[in-house]
Design a binder for this molecule. Structure first.
Ligand code: MN
Length: 270
């Protein structure tokens, strides 16, 4: 693994964005006339450009997997989610899923080439010897990469589109009823896991929850199957520092930082 591929800090450009530090440096190497200051400035501007891009989708994500950047500042979701929780959640918990997934797939000629989506949708094809660790950590990486994207600072996440609103009305009888049912799914998940809103194969919406780091892509392994549109992490590590045992308070405050614009896009695409 090259050093440029393994810098899991918030300031490194995303390796999935198509503008990696390595390509930037390669470009700089070809420009022998650039002064150090100019190179530094170009590097800085290229990094800003990379970070301004839409966050990476998990689709293109292949080995070695890397920690994605947040599409907002670490403290941008306060007071719903505090900066320390965001920091530990991403740089410790999410990073561990990434590291353990890479470790599990190291030397696996075939499975080591799979995208993160493929790992989740075809988890049943992964040999049983490594399946549990790939399921937990592949799911963990997918779920958290998704989670960061479907949140946004309060006031900037927009609202459900007309199309999504119509689908929510049809499935749940209104936005408030949907929010209640979604929060219930999170509250009733015993222990650790996730609540989900998915678009099923027939285009309709469904709510469900999964244990541990399972997700709705893992057909045959979970109760709720479909393309995820929205998810909330109900592991204690997602809220315990700020909310202690008060999962209901966390879930209530979390609606303030839902990125409906992203949910709308995923609904239109799914
Ligand atoms: Mn988590």
């Amino acid at each position: 693994m090259e050093p440029s591929e393994s810098e899991p800090n918030a300031t490194s450009p995303s390796n999935q964005s198509g503008l990696t530090r390595r390509t930037i440096l390669a470009g700089l190497g070809a420009s022998a006339l650039l002064s150090t200051a100019a190179a530094s400035s170009l590097m800085s501007r290229a990094q800003s450009a990379a970070q301004a891009l839409t966050p990476p989708t998990t689709k293109e994500n292949t080995m070695p997997f890397t920690l994605p950047n947040l599409p907002y500042a670490e403290n941008a979701l306060e007071p719903s989610i505090d900066q320390k929780t965001m920091n530990i959640h991403r740089t410790k918990h999410h990073q561990a899923y990434v590291d353990n997934l890479n470790k599990a797939l190291e030397g696996q000629a075939e499975y080591g080439k799979w995208t993160l989506d493929e790992i989740c949708t075809q988890i049943g094809s992964i040999p049983e010897t490594i399946r549990p660790v790939v399921r937990n950590n592949g799911g963990g990486h997918w779920n958290h990469s998704f989670f960061w994207q479907i949140m946004a600072p309060k006031g900037s996440g927009g609202a459900p589109s007309a199309e999504l609103t119509a689908a929510i009305d049809k499935a749940f009888g209104g936005l408030d009823a949907f929010k209640q049912a979604f929060a219930d799914a999170g509250m009733k998940r015993f222990g650790s896991g996730w609540a989900w809103l998915v678009k099923k194969g027939d285009g309709s919406l469904a709510i469900g929850s999964t244990p541990n780091q399972d997700n709705p892509l893992m057909k045959g392994f979970v109760d709720v199957v479909g393309r995820p549109l929205l998810a909330v992490d109900v592991w204690e590590h997602a809220y315990y520092l700020n909310y202690q045992n008060r999962r209901a308070d966390y879930l209530a405050a979390w609606w303030n930082v839902v990125n409906w614009n992203e949910v709308n896009t995923r609904f239109a695409q799914a």
